[in-house]
Design a protein around this ligand. Structure first.
Ligand SMILES: [Zn+2]
Length: 487
């Protein structure tokens, strides 16, 4: 089935056709490494992780590059304040970034180049821009002449005239035009600097990505991604530099993820509507955060709130409870192991999920729809397990086989890969984990309650029922004994 991607270059959903059949080149703008990563970073990198995983699921050989900006004004300022050198500071925060992203189950890209390791490639690129008449000396700096590039504005839809009238002109600006941007910045005293044909200095931000992408992935790449905030000026400027230098299209499909709002307001450090991944991880299991981020299609804004995180936590507990029940059921009795296939209804539901998964993912990676279908499937499996409690001879082992057919889909989402026991023990001690009893605890409490009822200790029996109810577990007494299900 063909994959359709919303391409920011055209504003339309288009069938994805890579330049080289069977392989995909993908570049996603990385962090500026001077501080802890925030929930906006988590959103972007989870979104592109799922895109990366899905492309591989579809059989593509994907080369995925995500850079680190390890030199810029903010890094220099922070390094000076803390008495570190810039390299040590950025390496420290690259390490912390990896810890956070690994926790969120984000796969490492094929390559993670650092800007300061790519200086020669940037110098080559700027030299080409000089040769072709796009770069010029602006005082001691080097600038790019925006008006010389006729395609300027094709991604953001901005017009040169409109930009011109809104542009702020600096008195000591050496640029020929306020729209022009800096390719190479002359060194100031005390700043890290690299040798170049234009004197000691350091690269501008935009040139990094053009150089890293071009030197690793080639002149034209299939997918370029990043947050919506990068469309202008960053990605617009990347296009200008790369296409001016190579004369070829830079990117075939631009993908931009939506913003994160905090309690329905724009994320902002100054208003306190701001969370680092590190702080969030103290309260919520990282897989809960991942599920939450995938509960909205990547282009839409996602609303970070305690309620939404709590809902995702409860949803994940329910999914892991289902998984635990499936695996335990299969091992419970010899009869279960020898039983026949699961009923048609269950088989159909599982294959419908698999087909629905591909259909939703092929429609611009609609993880929200996939999760809705997964919750429905989980609900149906629980109902089946409730019934099965009374008729163990109808093969539960085949239920595991059914579950395993959706393992590939779950792996694309990057959820439910843990052993349920491990998951429930990991969430203990975190917030909103009161629903996180594992199924062994539940079975033990049910046995205790049965013993209390036999001994006519109804007070104790009711207390156990209440305790389970508070943890989100509902008991049902039937002729075949007591069964349970998540609330
Ligand atoms: Zn970039």
């Amino acid at each position: 089935m063909p994959l359709f991607i919303h391409n920011s270059l055209t504003g339309k959903k288009e069938e994805f056709v890579p330049l080289v059949p069977g392989s995909v080149s993908m570049y996603v703008c990385g962090i500026t490494a001077y501080d802890y990563s925030h929930i906006g970073h988590a959103r972007a990198y989870v979104a592109f992780d799922v895109i990366y995983r899905y492309l591989r699921y579809k059989g593509y050989d994907v080369t995925y590059v995500r850079n680190f900006t390890d030199i810029d004004d903010k890094i220099i300022k922070r390094a000076n304040e803390s008495g570190h050198d810039t390299r040590a500071l950025s390496e420290e925060f690259i390490g912390k970034f990896h810890e956070d992203m690994d926790a969120l189950g984000i796969l490492r890209p094929t390559a993670e180049p650092r800007a300061t390791d790519t200086i020669p490639q940037m110098i080559t690129l700027i030299n080409t821009l000089f040769d072709k008449g796009y770069a010029y000396k602006a005082g001691d700096d080097v600038a790019f002449s925006v008006k010389k590039f006729s395609g300027y504005g094709k991604l953001s839809g901005k017009k040169i005239d409109e930009l011109e009238s809104g542009a702020r002109v600096d008195v000591d600006d050496k640029k020929q035009d306020p729209l022009d941007f800096i390719l190479w910045k002359a060194a100031k005293p005390g700043e890290p600097a690299w040798e170049s044909p234009w004197g000691k200095g350091r690269p501008g931000w935009h040139i990094e990505c053009s150089a890293m992408s071009g030197s690793i992935l080639g002149d034209t790449i299939d997918i370029h991604g990043g947050g919506k905030d990068l469309v202008f000026p960053h990605h617009e400027n990347e296009i200008a530099q790369s296409e001016a230098a190579t004369g070829k299209p830079f990117v075939r499909y631009f993908i931009h993820n939506g913003f994160v709002n905090i309690d329905s307001e724009k994320m902002s450090k100054s208003t306190g509507k701001f969370f680092t991944v590190r702080d969030i991880r103290k309260q919520y299991h990282p897989e809960v955060v991942r599920l939450f981020l995938l509960s909205v299609q990547y282009r839409n804004p996602v609303d970070f709130s305690e309620k939404n995180l709590r809902d995702s936590g409860e949803a994940l507990n329910r999914l892991y409870t289902t998984k635990a029940r499936i695996f335990e059921a299969a091992h419970n009795t010899a009869a279960a192991r020898q039983g026949g296939p699961v009923p048609r209804e269950v088989q159909d539901a599982v294959s419908a999920f698999s087909a629905g998964f591909q259909e939703a993912m092929d429609d611009d990676f609609n993880t929200a729809l996939v999760l809705g279908r997964l919750f429905d499937l989980s609900h149906l499996l629980n109902r089946f397990l409730d019934v099965q409690k009374d008729t163990p001879e109808t093969g539960r082992a085949s239920l595991i086989a059914e579950w395993e057919t959706i393992a590939g889909a779950l792996d694309v989402l990057g959820i439910l890969g843990r052993d349920p026991e491990a998951y429930f023990s990991e969430v203990k001690g975190l917030r909103f984990t009161d629903t996180a009893l594992n199924s062994q605890d539940i079975e033990r409490l049910i046995a205790e309650r049965n013993a209390a009822r036999k001994a006519k200790d109804f007070k104790r029996a009711d207390a156990i029922r209440d305790e389970l109810a508070e943890s989100g577990v509902v008991l049902e007494d039937g002729p075949g004994g007591t069964t349970w299900k998540p609330k």
